[in-house]
Design a protein around this ligand. Structure first.
Ligand code: FAD
Ligand code: DHB
Length: 383
């Protein structure tokens, strides 16, 4: 269920293993291919896509980065990720591009991928014959299956279909959001910049040599009408200014506001229904972990399904949730930590500000602290 990164990657991994799947998605192909979201792939995510035979364009167009910058007090500090994390790196390649590649591969294989389905419901997943009901092109359908993968995002139907009392949820909503823009201008710096500023956080990222992706901290319910292009550039200029460097402006192609939350539902499974990606957990975007966690979940799920089909063993399926949650909670901590270190906090408590600056100074001067940030950012290999 769901043709986001989780559902499409899972379907691809099952295809490679020769296991049948049907992907159903309630939005149009056009919509899911153009929904601008994440842009940072951990090395492990890039390797998985490559191994699944969908990494060709990523290897051609993706941009490998070996460092990020942390900026505070008007100074920029380079954190050499690869030097600190055993040579590992990240790839800048938009989620939209990952999704386009996965859709193209599935359609090329002639396998079922249904867009614009309606009235989706899941049934009998506490039996050996779960069912999915939906309508497509005005016709009612029922799909009988062995396993349902709920990859239908935070607002999907799968998590809510699990009977009351089964799931325990943990959540935190932040009193701020990100206003993100895609601008038709060459990035002004060739590595990402996470900037702490009294006006609020700002992030400089990119999508290609001619497309910049920038964010500014705003209110979670920010009205975009109050943010004409000039105001966005003005805030970006103020928050990312350093001496001797210029932020180049250009036409804004897209803008949107994302609220921020942390959320985990445990366990990530019930009977033959397995939740993956945003359907089970949300992280604030500051650690660039959302997409990477989604791909990690379905990698574990695919392995478990393959083992079950090939050997009859349910060990992998039984342990699915526990295996995923180790990385999920690590990412929750890392993303929450990055968020609290870099954003203007409610009330602007001067004590909090001093702690943030002390923490930023520490991670940019202590090799031990920087290494901890780096290994989390590029993706831990030890979980
Ligand atoms: P999704 O990408 O949400 O995919 C779920 C799919 O299920 C969707 O296509 C949806 O249409 C479909 N669906 C929903 N309900 C149904 C249904 N009933 N039936 C069938 N299909 C259904 N992460 C970062 O790391 N950096 C970022 O900058 C960043 N920005 C983001 C901005 C926004 C606005 C959002 C919402 C998320 C952002 N994220 C970001 C998080 C990251 O994009 C997600 O973690 C990632 O998309 C998770 O993939 P997924 O496949 O689990 O879920
Ligand atoms: C991007 C998004 C993030 O959440 C992040 O931490 C870094 C980069 C991006 O969209 O490029």
């Amino acid at each position: 269920m769901g043709a986001g990164p989780a559902g499409l990657t899972l379907a691809r991994l099952l295809e490679v293993a020769g296991i049948e799947a049907v992907v159903i998605e309630n939005r149009s192909r056009e919509y899911v291919e153009h929904r601008i979201r994440a842009g940072v792939l951990e090395q492990g995510t890039a390797e998985l896509l490559r191994d699944a035979g969908v990494g060709e364009r990523m290897d051609r167009e993706g941009i490998v980065h070996h460092a990020i910058h942390l900026q505070f007090d008007g100074e920029r500090h380079r954190v050499p990720l690869s030097d600190l994390a055993d040579g590992r790196s990240i790839v800048i390649y938009g989620q939209t591009e990952v999704v386009k590649d996965l859709i193209a591969a599935r359609l090329a294989s002639g396998l079922p991928l249904l867009f614009e389905v309606d009235d989706v419901s899941v049934h009998d997943f506490d039996t050996e014959r779960p069912r999915i009901g939906f309508t497509h092109n005005g016709e009612q359908h029922e799909l009988e299956c062995d396993v349902i993968a709920g990859c239908d995002g935070f607002h999907g139907v799968c998590r809510d279909a699990i009977p009351a009392g089964v799931l325990e949820t943990f959540s935190r909503v932040y009193p701020f959001g990100w206003l993100g823009i895609l601008a038709s201008v060459a990035p002004s710096i060739d590595e990402l910049v996470y900037a702490h500023h009294e006006n609020g956080f700002a992030l400089l990222s990119l999508r290609s040599p001619v497309l910049s992706r920038y964010y500014v901290q705003c209110r979670p319910d920010e009205n975009l009408d109050e943010w004409p292009d000039e105001r966005i550039w003005e805030e970006l200029q103020i928050r990312t200014a350093v001496e001797g460097w210029t932020l180049h402006e250009g036409p804004i192609l897209e803008k949107g506001v994302t609220g921020m939350r942390s959320f985990v539902a445990e366990p990530m499974q019930h009977g033959r229904l397995y939740l993956a990606g945003d359907a089970a957990h949300i992280v604030p975007p500051t650690g660039a972990k959302g997409l990477n966690l989604a791909i990690n979940d379905v990698c574990i799920l695919a392995e478990a399904v393959v083992a079950w089909c090939e050997t009859g063993s349910t060990t992998g399926l039984d342990g699915y949730s526990a295996a995923c949650l180790r990385r999920v909670w690590r990412a929750e901590h890392f993303s929450g930590w990055m968020t609290s270190m870099l954003h203007s906090l409610e009330g602007n408590d001067p004590f909090d500000l001093k702690l943030q600056l002390s923490q930023l100074r520490y991670v940019t001067t202590s090799k031990a602290a920087a290494r901890s940030l780096a290994e989390n950012y590029v993706g831990l290999t030890t979980l």
